[in-house]
Design a protein around this ligand. Sequence first.
Ligand code: KG4
Ligand code: ZN
Length: 337
Amino acid sequence: MEDKLILAIESSCDETSAAVLLGAKVLSNEVVTQLQHAQYGGVVPEIASRAHQTMITAVVQAALKTAGRELRDLDVIAVTQGPGLMGSLLVGISFAKSLSLALEIPLVGVNHMQAHILAHFADDCENKPSFPFLNLTVSGGHTQLVVVHSPTRMEVVGETIDDAGGEAFDKAAKVLGLDYPGGPLLDKMAQTGDAKKFSFPIPKVEGLNFSFSGLKTSLLYFLRDNQKLNQNFIEEERANLCASFQHTVVTYLLRQIQRGLTSTKTNQIAICGGVSANSELRKQLTEYGVNNGVEVFIPQFKYCTDNAAMIGIAAHYLMEANKISDLKMVPLSRYPL
Ligand code: KG4
Ligand code: ZN
């Protein structure tokens, strides 16, 4: 099949993004992150959908301009169908439907979690995994171990029973006095700290599932107890606390990866989602691969957090499998793989 010119739109949470792709070749990938949520310490759904409405036209225009293409050049419109915030998804989907109708071109609805994984197949990713492979997705809303059989057939073999990994980073960052979203800030602060200074218990969950709520609570109790002895404990130890907490989360993620590789008899591990931007995870996983003869696939930073390029790549594969949507498509706040 000849490569199609795809306009992809992502608006599932707090990033408004549009990308233009020729097949899996990314010609542009514009991402606007809504900073207005920082003052509330988390994403406010109503504010998010309004901000998408305000930004979406300009973001799509920017993506077309960067790619040097016009609306009339497009062959396909791809859009995130879910999972995500209902109001936010609705903005992207309504916009995509209007374009599909006006330009008389097909519409492809994309599963956001599949798209995170398929970001590994962007044309500018040097090494691409081969099927089947194991993938760890860790984002603000999900933590999943997935066996990826093909671009359109994926099987969840482990997932979080409470908080997501990104949420654990964000909540820890909040109690440590960092701004929202705390994950990247905690990562940065950890770089000047001693990861061995404090130790937190690795969650005890059987099999390939994950749990982060106990870890969060143990950090809270640890801070409370130490603040009784020294009011300035967090301020004085912030970098060491960040490094130690991050070390615990990463050690835990690696243990689950190791279990996953053993039980699925795979020797390829890919990671994706916002937390795959974490420097400690990238470092430890790379070392783990070298020491254990496991092939490791880590996305470029631009494909870790939410972006429309990954939606376009997923749409490219969906079209190859003839999975096209129509104007009856509805947003899905939950959308299993
Ligand atoms: O995939 P993503 O952009 O959005 C969702 O679909 O959730 O992931 C966002 C999550 C947030 O929790 C954010 O704090 C976390 O990814 N994150 C990080 C880092 N960069 C983003 N967590 C730890 N270290 C980072 N460097
Ligand atoms: Zn995401």
